[in-house]
Write a protein that binds this ligand. Structure first.
Ligand code: ZN
Length: 421
């Protein structure tokens, strides 16, 4: 992975340089001069952006509780001239920053997204601190060249990606209203412009029985843990009949309070997933039936609550091609579709407007996602370089749309199915 963006600040107006040499691909790129100015502005903000990434990494906050991160990103984008609202919509930790083009507000409206939630007990094992910093970096890169474009840039700090589908809530809150394209980047150990996320949903399962002394009169109790164990056994057996594109996995959050009390209440957090939207509905019905059967077997009550739905992704080839061209101009070779993705609420956005979810490597060697190794990688010098690179690629892809509205129109034609993807 080259580190074009950190190699030094290209002079404003100069083509992007690569390892100190002029890059022919960059010279041939459309709007290369404006793109180079945006890249230079991002490079000039290196200290601010990496400080932001590291501070968020050191203060991990789970979904819906990203108060430190939301305040931190809001402060930096406000410093660079965006009009900031925090909170915005119904989520306390959502942020919106707006910026009109110097050539007028009439033009494409492009959303630059920044995630910042962490994983409970693991911290930034998904590296969203790098997404927060790169989203901010893209916004300030676009602000630095606002004299060149017409339209509007909407920076959105998007909470709760790991659980709860914050972007789905923000869609319903109207925060994506009028947006022509939604852009972000996600860290990985490879470079993939597209992912194939699984439809997914969180499920809270609660069994309610009746407490009794576990030795003197256990027959007076109704055991909520029995139901929970039955459910895990049923799910384990169900897996062998599931198509390979399906996943079901869960943890027990409450399993009783003492060994000498018949457990009256148990609670689990499951996720069910499928690469096939229609099959996902089949899974959901079956999972509910397994919960009800486990409750019946143990003579307890059950509540099954589905929340935070994420869909499969609607790809947009127009946006993907623009990203890949910008990546190539910055010396990054893209590997196409990532076949091993999890799930993301960005997929929900992709059904409302043209969107992409490209990945860039923050490590030169394989690192599993949601792991301690990935968490460490997310604050490494390698990840720092990727923060700047991602900010540059998001800003430059946004510029392709802002400087040439025909690109945005083409993305919409593909979205509406008027052209072949
Ligand atoms: Zn993630």
């Amino acid at each position: 992975m080259p580190d074009t963006v950190t190699a030094g600040s290209p002079a404003p107006g100069a083509p992007l340089s690569h390892g100190g040499r002029l890059d022919p691909a960059a010279q041939a790129q459309p709007f290369a001069d404006v793109k180079a100015r945006a890249a230079a502005a991002i490079t000039a903000a290196t200290g601010e952006l990496l400080d932001l990434s590291h501070r968020i990494h050191a203060n991990p906050e789970p979904a819906f509780e990203e108060r430190f991160a939301a305040a931190a990103v809001a402060e930096v984008v406000a410093r660079h001239g965006l009009v900031v609202e925090r909170p915005v919509g119904s989520l306390e930790t959502a942020v919106r920053g707006r910026l009109s083009g110097g050539r007028g507000a009439h033009g494409p409206r492009i959303a630059v997204l920044a995630e910042y939630d962490a994983l409970p007990g693991l911290g930034h094992g998904c590296g969203h601190n790098t997404m927060a910093a790169s989203g901010v970096g893209a916004a300030l890169g676009l602000a630095a060249v606002r004299d060149a474009w017409a339209g509007e840039v909407v920076f959105l700090g998007t909470p709760a990606e790991e659980r709860g589908s914050g972007k789905e809530i923000m869609l319903r809150d109207g925060l994506f209203e009028g947006v022509d394209a939604a852009l972000l980047y996600h860290p990985c150990d490879r470079n993939h412009v597209e992912i194939a996320p699984l439809a997914s949903e969180d499920v809270a399962v609660t069994f309610s029985g009746f407490a009794a002394h576990a030795a003197s009169d256990p027959w007076k109790g109704r055991n909520a843990l029995d139901a929970m164990i039955s459910l895990f056994v049923s799910v384990g057996l169900w897996r062998q009949q599931l198509p390979t594109h399906c996943r079901v996995h869960g943890i027990i959050q409450e399993g009783g309070t003492a060994a000498n009390i018949v457990p009256s209440r148990t609670k689990a957090w499951f996720m069910i997933r499928s690469a096939d939207q229609a099959y996902y509905e089949v899974m959901k019905r079956r999972f509910t039936a397994l919960c009800e059967a486990a409750a019946q077997a143990a003579d307890v009550e059950v509540s099954v609550e589905y929340s935070g739905y994420a869909s499969t992704m609607k790809h947009n080839r127009v946006l993907a091609d623009l990203w890949v061209a910008n990546a190539a101009a910055n010396g990054v070779e893209d590997q196409g579709l990532d076949p091993t993705s999890g799930s993301t609420d960005m997929a929900n956005v992709s059904w409302a407007m043209p969107a992409i979810h490209p990945e860039l490597a923050i490590s030169d060697s394989p690192v599993p996602g949601h792991s301690i190794e990935f968490r460490e990688a997310a604050a490494s010098p390698r990840a720092d370089r990727t923060v700047l690179l991602a900010a540059t690629l998001v800003a430059q892809t946004a510029l392709d749309l802002l400087l040439d509205p025909a690109n945005a129109a083409a993305a919409w034609r593909e979205f509406r199915g008027e052209t072949a993807p």
